[in-house]
Structures are given as structure tokens and as C-alpha cells.
Design a binder for this molecule. Structure first.
Ligand SMILES: Cc1cc2nc3c(=O)[nH]c(=O)nc-3n(C[C@H](O)[C@H](O)[C@H](O)COP(=O)(O)OP(=O)(O)OC[C@H]3O[C@@H](n4cnc5c(N)ncnc54)[C@H](O)[C@@H]3O)c2cc1C
Length: 401
């Protein structure tokens, strides 16, 4: 169905035709999710800005929103839901830094959710200062031997593959001595232990590597490129967490409005209504800012605008759920169960109370709000940089405990 409105490009029409053909040939209500997603990938509609043959059409990334809206409207599956780290961050990293063989091997099952991915960056001593990490990789012929501990690894317990960054050269400054790999999460020498959150669940884990052998062919980029590889992941992570464009009035603010609407009339007082309206306006401003950022994004790798969206999303989400739980009064303290479980899906929520508890993590995961403000201050506003005493010093000469 060709759209003839002014401003609609031939690229847009081509994509719309491809989506319609996909939906006609594989009606979502009669097609298994992984089959549908496989067909979406093969038609270049998975990440539309990726190269042809690898889930894309080398088209403008802003067309992805159009594709997903049409697919969701027809009841099609969401690739993010089952494999959020894979779809939002690891896929975009593999396509930029992977070899042809890695792209062929990994992207399709990642997109269909048949192979879940996790991100092995943070360590007990290196979260915000991720470049200071100390897990080691030592070259041994065609392999690397990895030792060390990662932490907060979301979905590691169900992951088939992990995006791993380790220190391969301790004699150079911290950013220069890192190398990235794809690691087999089910291979020998990889141990995954649950870490429990205040929701009661363990979405994330500690992961221990003990003499784990990683083939050199699983390296992403050159030895020493690990920091640059990670930036691709982290920039995509911020957009993935903070850049989602939900319909107007939906998402957390929609839930807060529902709680408000269910209150008895004598509790819908003007001052809480005023607070609700302020939050609604804040959520709408964030949504419109994300739309503007996505329209301006010409190439695949997002810039510091991702940090703006991530910061705004995290702080606004926390305020909204705080407000909603307060509105609920004593009911806000009712919680279904703190029974420990290791969910297959991250960030799921079946109640306002759980969403409130989970939202506290929003300003930590994917980079803390303080670090987002540093990025905005330095890279957008041009303010003086953070104090960095270890930048030019060889990593193994930096004092640490
Ligand atoms: C729910 C959740 C899921 C996660 N999933 C993953 C995952 O899958 N993979 C992964 O690798 N990691 C994951 N993380 C880890 C996350 O990226 C880190 O927690 C985060 O980067 C902060 O690091 P940290 O916890 O070590 O805190 P720290 O870096 O120790 O920070 C402690 C405090 O100091 C502040 N601070 C630190 N440096 C500065 C600075 N320069 N200026 C101002 N303030 C500063 C921070 O803002 C924070 O308040 C996850 C975290 C959470 C909460």
C-alpha cells in the first residue's frame, strides 16, 4: 500500500510494503513468535538500519518505529521482551564490531529470542568506572584464558551468549587495555549465581570465570578496542532503556492515572490532582523529546542524547511510582510474595507495588543518574570535566584496594 502524502519517502513506502507483506504472509495470531521474528529478520525489518542480510536494509533507523508500531498494532511479537539485552545492546554491538562469521552466526537467533544474551561489563570494583575493571584475559595460542568476576549480570542464568569485556593489557592506561569477546555462557569455567533484588526476584547474577577458554575468533574488534566496543553497547543501552516511545498517556503515567481514577471522590483533592498533572506533563515532555531525538538520529550509534533520555526516564519513573504508591495509602504496602525466583523475563511487573520497587533500580542500571549528568555536563554543555587522576597512568600502577 503506497502512501502518497507529502513528505513520505520511497524508502518509507518500501518498508511499509514489506511490513504489510510480512503481516499478510505470516498473520501474528496464527504464527509462532520465533517464526514471525525470523521472517521479520529475513526481510530486513529487524533493525532496519543494519546491512542487508543481517536483519536490515541500510535504511534510516527512524523507520524502525514505524515498523514496530504496525507490527504491534497487528498483534505481532516484541523482540525486546524476551531478549532485552540482546536486542537493545548486543545485536547493535555485534553488527558494528563482529566478523562476518559472527554476524551470520549470532544476529538471527538473537533477534528471534531463541538465544538470549547478557552483558558482562560491571564488576564488584568497577561499575561507573567500568574502564577500571580487573577481570583478565591472557592470550594462549588461538584462545584467551579468562579469569575474574562480573556482577549485576541481568538474565545471565538464561543466557546462551554473553558480551564480555576483560583486561588484556594491564601495562597501558585503563581505557587502552580492554578487549571484548562473545563468550559461551554454557561452556566450562563459567559459573552463574543468583543475586536477589528487593522485589524478591533475582533478575541478575554474579558470574565467575575460572580459566575459561575463549577462542580468538570470538573477539569483537582488535585487542585493545574493548573500550570503543563498550561505548557502542552503552550508547545503545541508554537509548534502549530510556528511549522507548510509548503512546501518549501510557506506561507508568497511565498506571498512575488509573490509580488516581480509582480513588474515592473525597481523596481526589486538588493538590494531588495538581501533582498528577505535573507528572503527566513531565512524562509527555520526555516522550516528545525522545521522538525528536529518534527523528534526528541519522546513523545507528546514538550519541549523548541517549543519556538525556535515560536520565529523564529514570528520574521521572521513580517519581511517578512513588506518587502512585502514596496514593494507594496502606494498600501500597501489600505485596504478593517475596518468594525467591529467577525470572526468564527481566523488568516485568504485575503490580504498582512491584513496579515501584523495581523503579528504584532505574537510576542505577545502564549508568547512574549522576554519571548521566556528568556526560551531559561535559559532552553537551561543554562544562569542565570530572576529576580523573588515573587517565594517563598504566592500569597496574593505579593504587587500588
Ligand atoms: C537492575 C540492574 C541491572 C543491571 N544489569 C547489568 C548487566 O546486565 N550487566 C552489567 O554489566 N551491569 C549491570 N548493572 C550494573 C550497573 O551498570 C551498575 O550498577 C552501574 O553502572 C553503577 O555501578 P556501581 O553499582 O558499581 O556503583 P558505583 O559506580 O560504585 O557508584 C556508587 C555511587 O557513586 C556515584 N558515582 C560514581 N562515580 C561517580 C562520578 N564520577 N561522579 C558522580 N557520582 C559518581 C554513583 O552515581 C552512585 O551513586 C545492573 C544494575 C542494576 C541496578
Amino acid at each position: 500500500m503506497t502512501i502518497t502524502e507529502p513528505g513520505v519517502t520511497s524508502e518509507e513506502n518500501r518498508v511499509v510494503d514489506l511490513v504489510e507483506d510480512l503481516l499478510t504472509s505470516f498473520p501474528p495470531d496464527k504464527t509462532e513468535a520465533k517464526v514471525f521474528l525470523g521472517e521479520q529478520f529475513d526481510r530486513g525489518l529487524a533493525w532496519v538500519h543494519f546491512p542487508e542480510g543481517f536483519g536490515g536494509l541500510e535504511a534510516s533507523p527512524k523507520l524502525q518505529k514505524l515498523i514496530q508500531e504496525r507490527i504491534y498494532a497487528a498483534g505481532g511479537p516484541n523482540p525486546y521482551y524476551r531478549n532485552p539485552i540482546g536486542y537493545g545492546m548486543c545485536g547493535p554491538t555485534v553488527v558494528v564490531w563482529g566478523s562476518e562469521a559472527q554476524k551470520q552466526r549470532y544476529l538471527r537467533p538473537l533477534f528471534t529470542g531463541e538465544e538470549v544474551w547478557c552483558q558482562l561489563f560491571s564488576e564488584p570494583g568497577s561499575g561507573s568506572d567500568f574502564a577500571g575493571l580487573s577481570s583478565k584475559g591472557i592470550r594462549d595460542g588461538d584462545e584467551w584464558i579468562v579469569n575474574g568476576q562480573k556482577v549485576w549480570t541481568t538474565l545471565a542464568h538464561v543466557a546462551r551468549w554473553g558480551l564480555l569485556v576483560v583486561r588484556t593489557d594491564p601495562d597501558v592506561p585503563k581505557h587502552a587495555g580492554l578487549t571484548a569477546f562473545v563468550v559461551d555462557m554454557q561452556g566450562p569455567g563459567v559459573e552463574t549465581r543468583p543475586l536477589r533484588q528487593m522485589t524478591g526476584e533475582a533478575e541478575f547474577n554474579e558470574v565467575y570465570f575460572t580459566d575459561t577458554r575463549v577462542p580468538d575468533s570470538e573477539r569483537l574488534g582488535n585487542p585493545g578496542d574493548g573500550w570503543r566496543v563498550s561505548l557502542t553497547t552503552l550508547m545503545n543501552e541508554r537509548v534502549s532503556i530510556g528511549g522507548a516511545i510509548a503512546p501518549k498517556g501510557s506506561g507508568p503515567i497511565g498506571e498512575a492515572v488509573k490509580v488516581w481514577s480509582s480513588l474515592p471522590a473525597d481523596r481526589q483533592d486538588p493538590s494531588t490532582k495538581d501533582e498528577l498533572m505535573k507528572l503527566w506533563i513531565e512524562a509527555e515532555v520526555n516522550r516528545l523529546t525522545n521522538i525528536r531525538a529518534s527523528q534526528n538520529r541519522k546513523v545507528g550509534v546514538p550519541g549523548p542524547e541517549g543519556s538525556t533520555g535515560k536520565l529523564a526516564f529514570a528520574e521521572s519513573n521513580k517519581r511517578i511510582y512513588d506518587f502512585a504508591v502514596n496514593l494507594m495509602g496502606a494498600d501500597g504496602m501489600l505485596y504478593s510474595t517475596y518468594q525467591m525466583n529467577r525470572p526468564e523475563i527481566a523488568m516485568s511487573s504485575d503490580s504498582i507495588q512491584k513496579a515501584f520497587l523495581r523503579s528504584r533500580a532505574n537510576s542505577i542500571e545502564g549508568g547512574t543518574s549522576e554519571v548521566m549528568r556528568n556526560i551531559l555536563g561535559e559532552r553537551v554543555l561543554g562544562l569542565p570535566g570530572d576529576v580523573r587522576v588515573d587517565r594517563e597512568v598504566a592500569w597496574n600502577e593505579v593504587p587500588r584496594n
